[in-house]
Design a protein around this ligand. Sequence first.
Ligand code: SF4
Ligand code: SF4
Ligand code: SF4
Length: 180
Amino acid sequence: MTATAAAIDRLLPQTQCRECGYDGCLPYAQAVATGEAYNLCAPGGATVVRDLATLLGKPLVAPAKTQAKALARIDETACIGCTACIRACPVDAIMGAGKLMHTVIADECTGCGLCVAPCPVDCIHMQPVADTVLPRARRFSLSADSRFAAAEHARARYLKRNERKQREADERKAMLAERE
Ligand code: SF4
Ligand code: SF4
Ligand code: SF4
């Protein structure tokens, strides 16, 4: 059975964490669609491999790696307000402004961990949580399957964040062009 990358993408957790070695969920879905990859989504673990096996008619295999659910936590007393974590977060789950303390919006954090490495003062830590579904904002979704609802929610925030970043880049470009 063949499946489109879009159908495969719908089965992925949408954290955009790049743990699979691809530049986000859609690029990974495209690799799965061509048969190049199959069991590399760490946050999805055995659940996503099972969903993909069903969709693609492939045999079940063990996930190459798994990832425990965790939320980012910022030690606010150590934060220097550099904004590096905000720029790294794919779903805009960090609040703060230049030279001000930053905070993780726990309901929106997907646990991707992408904010940890860029922090110059190592004040972001991943705290394991018992939640089965992240982001928490959709945990109590009316949807029959809160896992898919959470992934869809994360994807919507990712796309919105990308639009914002593109708009900001366009505005900067226009401003520079005006100055020339
Ligand atoms: S959630 Fe899975 S598919 Fe998406 S970027 Fe992370 S590892 Fe890759
Ligand atoms: S705040 Fe959460 S969602 Fe955002 S980059 Fe950090 S771990 Fe990922
Ligand atoms: S990267 Fe670290 S120091 Fe910079 S704003 Fe985020 S939490 Fe604060």
